[in-house]
Design a protein. Structure first.
Length: 140
């Protein structure tokens, strides 16, 4: 099992799972939240969810790749996914394309990649181990 966790495809499961979930939810005919003002709860949710998607993509990319390129790839892929999600919604009855949502998606991705890359505490929270890796840690 430990070798499976090191496979490159395993690293992408989080990002792909999040993007698949967003696609399923956004394809629903009824929005989860009623329309809100520009800075409503809906935009905060977009900001946070797409920030998490960008962080998942960043973590899935090879660590030997320079940080700037990893951040740029995560930002661009997440922003393009946000745009495609908005276009997808425009074909769903009762839903519309919202550029403010896409802006919140992209800003969430930008902030999350910067914070992940420059704030070790945030990175540590996301990468905590479920099970101790050595016997001394499990004994104490």
């Amino acid at each position: 099992m430990a070798n499976f966790l090191k496979l490159p495809i395993y690293r992408w499961l989080g990002a792909v799972g999040l993007m698949g979930s967003v696609t399923l939810v956004s394809g629903g005919a009824t929005a989860i939240f009623p329309p809100q003002p520009i800075l409503g709860t809906d935009k905060l949710i977009h900001f946070l969810v797409f920030g998490l998607i960008a962080t998942s993509i960043l973590r899935a990319l090879p660590e030997r790749m320079p940080d700037f390129y990893r951040m740029l790839i995560a930002l661009v892929v997440t922003s393009l996914f946000g745009m495609s999600d908005e276009i997808h919604q425009s074909f769903t009855p009762g839903r519309t394309l919202d550029l403010y949502d896409w802006t919140a998606d992209t800003l969430g991705a930008l902030v999350a990649t910067i914070v992940y890359n420059h704030w070790p505490r945030y990175r540590k929270v996301l990468e905590w181990k479920i099970r101790p890796t050595n016997s001394k840690a499990s004994a104490g």
